[in-house]
Design a protein around this ligand. Structure first.
Ligand SMILES: [Zn+2]
Length: 256
């Protein structure tokens, strides 16, 4: 089986649009639908027809384009059962651990509550790729709007369990701001320091810092590093468990 072609592009102010295309079946899915105009433009440029939309969560900057794209291409829209009341035009709703088929490969649904209660992410093992929406970002994680800090930590732990070389696409370009926070809390992490230099360079040339990999995040993302001695020391929580560390980190970042 050939690999999916994955095309990432900027949308709205700091969102990423992602199209995945299989050249054997000619199917194309949009991961979320931040902006119909931009997604249409990219599809036309590639000469792809939109057959699917995979929705991660109900926020407007992820679903705002569905209406238009549905009218124009009539794609099959898949999204979280947990948020079906808040997302229009869903053709199929999916639950945690459920599999469905896209272009003859299984897509696994993983429920990652925290940012919203119904948030889901999509893992395609065949192509070694994860579409993580607003659960994890480069050196950061989603704001916890609806769930609890404990829930968000559990969700990130599910991501940690995937193979380290998994390529991770995220919903937003928040990398520079996330990096500043990460550095403030773990300034002696050498991997972090060199990553920050690298992403600064990328951004100065207006290039995306994503996708990332699980391995890169394990090395540099403070929200996956609740066992780091340096982070614990800097939070003054040397003897606390990962739940306390994560919660302190998330609160600190909210006020950073
Ligand atoms: Zn969101």
């Amino acid at each position: 089986m050939n690999k999916l072609i994955i095309h990432q592009f900027e949308c709205l102010s700091d969102n990423y649009g992602v199209l995945i295309h299989d050249s054997e079946t000619n199917q194309t899915a949009s991961i979320d639908a931040p902006d119909a105009v931009v997604i249409k433009r990219e599809l036309k440029e590639k000469n792809w027809n939109l057959t699917h939309i995979l929705v991660t969560h109900k926020h407007l900057d992820h679903i705002g384009g569905i209406d238009d794209l549905k009218k124009y291409y009539n794609p099959f829209v898949i999204g979280p059962k947990y948020e079906e009341e808040s997302i229009e035009f869903l053709d199929k709703t999916v639950l945690d651990q459920e599999f469905f088929d896209f272009s003859n490969r299984p897509v696994k649904v993983i429920h990652t509550p925290g940012h919203t209660l119904g948030h889901i992410i999509y893992w395609i093992e065949n192509d070694n790729v994860l579409f993580a929406g607003d659960t994890i970002f480069a050196m950061g994680c989603g704001r916890v709007f609806e769930g609890s800090h404990d829930q968000m930590l559990d969700s990130l732990n599910k991501i940690k369990e995937l193979p380290e070389n998994t390529i991770v696409y995220c919903g937003h370009e928040y990398t520079i701001a996330n990096g500043k926070f990460a550095l403030s809390i773990e300034p002696n992490n050498k991997n972090l320091c060199s990553r920050i230099e690298y992403v600064k360079e990328l951004r100065s040339e207006n290039k995306p810092t994503l996708p990332t990999t699980i391995k890169t995040e394990l090395d540099t993302n403070p929200f996956l590093r609740t066992d780091s001695l340096e982070i614990k020391k800097n939070l003054d929580l040397l003897n606390s468990d990962s739940k306390k560390i994560f919660s302190a980190l998330r609160t600190k970042k909210d006020n950073f």
